[in-house]
Design a protein around this ligand. Structure first.
Ligand code: NAI
Length: 244
């Protein structure tokens, strides 16, 4: 029997990139995955592409009321939630002196407030059932900072603090909360970098290449599965050795 047989999971931002790879991996492990994304058609297409009993749900996760509605819909249609993967994230890069209020706020709303809304909503049921797994997609930039990414780095560092605090609050009810911090992964988010930048980045990575979404998805599968039953409040860095 696959290790996540019948478990109900939400993966946000799962219409493409790392989220889609996570949704596919959890499906292979036997979970029923709610693919949550901004665009209904894309979410539906992604879910059809994966196959299995998946469903696409439209939700802007930066909106508290939409998060509450989506949690309700998912639990009504698929059953009580066992796994929450807060993956949706955006960048609005700019050097500090040119960073606009709206680009600061939008990044914080999507990368930090959204995981708060969904984790708060999901935690009650998980605590009652004394079982649950929550994984937050942070970034190595949340550990190191990065020029031109003050908003993004602050959101990801905040997410790491959030992960550790909530892990402490929920541990006695066997709800495990961890973060994964990817380095540079090949997705649309990094596609915008030119060939020269990508070459320079690869040279800084001991494993000599950018990561694949599947490299991240495998770690998430581990964290929500039976072999991670004694791990909580951790940040697992998946970056080819770039930050040690
Ligand atoms: P991506 O840009 O390829 O995909 C993000 C997905 O999230 C898209 O489908 C988008 O529609 C969705 N999304 C964005 N805002 C949303 C909202 N308000 N509500 C619902 N869905 C929304 O991103 P990628 O590269 O797959 O990144 C996934 C996560 O991994 C993000 O949290 C990102 O910060 C993190 N990450 C990515 C790295 C990389 O190198 N690609 C490195 C480190 C962290």
């Amino acid at each position: 029997m696959p290790e996540l047989d019948g478990r109900v999971a939400i993966v946000t931002g799962a219409a493409r990139g790392i989220g889609l790879a996570i949704a596919s991996e959890l499906t292979r492990a036997g979970a029923v995955v709610a693919i949550v994304d901004l665009d209904e058609d894309q979410a539906a297409q992604a879910s059809a592409g994966i196959g299995g009993p998946q469903r696409g749900f439209r939700c802007d996760v930066s909106d508290s009321a939409e998060c509450a509605r989506t949690l309700d819909e998912v639990e009504k249609e698929l059953g009580p939630l066992d796994i929450l993967v807060n993956n949706a994230g955006i960048t609005r890069d700019s050097l500090l002196l040119r960073l606009k209020d709206e680009d600061w706020q939008r990044v914080l709303d999507t990368n930090l407030s959204a995981p708060f809304y969904l984790t708060r909503g999901a935690a009650r049921g998980m605590m009652k059932r004394r079982e649950g797994r929550i994984v937050n997609l942070a970034s190595v930039v949340g550990l190191t900072g990065n020029r031109g990414q003050a908003n993004y780095a602050a959101s990801k560092a905040g997410l790491i603090g959030f992960t550790k605090s909530v892990a402490q609050e929920l541990a006695s009810r066997n709800v495990l909360v961890n973060a994964v911090a990817p380095g540079f992964i090949e997705t649309e988010m990094t596609a915008a970098l030119g060939a020269e930048t990508r070459q320079a980045i690869s040279e800084r990575i001991p494993l000599g290449r950018l990561g694949d979404p599947a490299d991240v998805a495998g770690v998430v599968r581990f964290l929500v599965g039976p072999y991670a039953s004694y791990i909580t409040g951790q940040v697992i860095v998946v970056d080819g050795g770039m930050v040690m």
